[in-house]
Design a protein around this ligand. Structure first.
Ligand code: ATP
Length: 315
């Protein structure tokens, strides 16, 4: 886990802050009215179904996509300010590497393009995977290529690493190895990470912060443990006419399923849970799936994730 006490050099405690962020394409809104905060030093999972708006959000952060409404700040500075570029590195599914370059030439390009370049770190990452420096990129395996892309990203010494499913095409062993590399490198430097992933187990293992997006809107945001602590799985008997117990209405019911005389509900607790039912701690996967299956449930943002309302009003 990263060192949470690492101070941010620019003085802003927020790696990312979105206020009313939206992107409209001709077909409609890809991202709408998104407001959230991601504190510096966190590893944040960006979760949502296909077409949810994850890549659009990462695209706005990296200036590949221009937002239609609102604002996105990185370490307190609007993402379209010139000073932002050296502060982040982006890694997507498509690795932007020249196939004819050798690994050494690729790292040299990184060195020439980035004033904060850390050659020792980049070489260490490449060597740890037994990737020969003289090998051409085109001759490397997918896992080796991803490792070189990670070396380029970390060599840049970014304060924020933005990852769009960078390990999606890797086998489980390579994924495991590169996840460990990611955790070790970010912990050493206190790097903030925002990574989109469809692998919920990976998110559960790696991420101490979550941003859940669906239909272009933020559904949940905040510290993983706080979000988990707000949910319970309850099981009990339905009433005579199949109705749910009245006590459940004291809480936010995210999802219910009834089988015969028994109900299962995933609830957001709004106080102590009392009732003639059994209550269990759901897994993160159960919470995420219920949240994504229930678009009518209200969004849940922990206090940390909620943007400063005063700033919003002043804007
Ligand atoms: N260049 C574009 N032109 C028009 N519509 C777009 C464009 N890019 C994305 N969209 C639409 O915006 C919505 C959000 O897409 P986005 O790629 O951000 O989703 P995603 O969450 O990254 O999905 P996935 O998990 O499949 O990668 C989708 O409906 C998509 O069709």
């Amino acid at each position: 886990m990263p060192d949470m006490t690492t101070p941010d050099t620019a003085g802003s405690p927020w790696a990312l802050e979105a206020q009313g962020l939206g992107k409209k394409y001709r077909r409609g809104w890809a991202l709408q009215d998104c407001s959230f905060r991601l504190p510096a030093g966190r590893i944040c999972g960006l979760v949502g179904p296909n077409g949810a708006g994850k890549s659009t959000l990462l695209g706005i952060a990296t200036r590949l996509v221009e937002g239609t409404t609102g604002e996105l700040r990185m370490f307190g500075v609007p993402v379209d300010s010139p000073g932002v570029m050296p502060r982040y590195a982006f890694l997507g599914q498509e690795k932007a590497l020249f196939k004819r370059f050798t690994v050494a030439e690729t790292l040299r390009t990184g060195q020439e393009l980035n004033p904060r370049w850390d050659q020792a770190a980049a070489e260490r990452i490449v060597r740890a995977g037994d990737v020969p420096l003289h090998a051409r990129i085109g001759t490397l395996s997918g896992g080796q290529r991803t490792r070189v892309a990670f070396a380029l990203a970390f060599g840049k010494r970014p304060d924020l690493l933005l990852l769009d499913e960078p390990m999606a095409d890797l086998d489980p062993l390579a994924r495991d190895e590169l996840s460990a590399l990611l955790m070790a490198e970010t912990a050493e430097r206190g790097t903030s990470v925002l990574m989109s992933s469809h692998m919920l187990t990976e998110v559960e293992d790696m991420c101490d912060y979550l941003l859940v997006v669906s239909g272009g809107r933020i559904r949940m945001a905040g510290e993983t443990d706080e979000l988990m602590a707000r949910h319970k799985l309850v099981t009990g008997a339905v009433g005579e006419s199949g109705e749910l117990p009245a006590g459940l209405a004291l809480h936010t019911v995210v999802e219910t399923r009834t089988t015969g005389r028994q109900f299962n509900a995933l609830i957001r607790t709004e106080g102590p849970v009392h009732g003639d039912w059994r209550s269990m701690e759901p897994s993160l996967e159960e919470i995420l799936l219920a949240c994504l299956r229930s678009p009518e449930a209200p969004p849940l943002l922990t206090p940390t994730a909620q943007p400063d309302r005063r700033a919003e009003r002043a804007a």
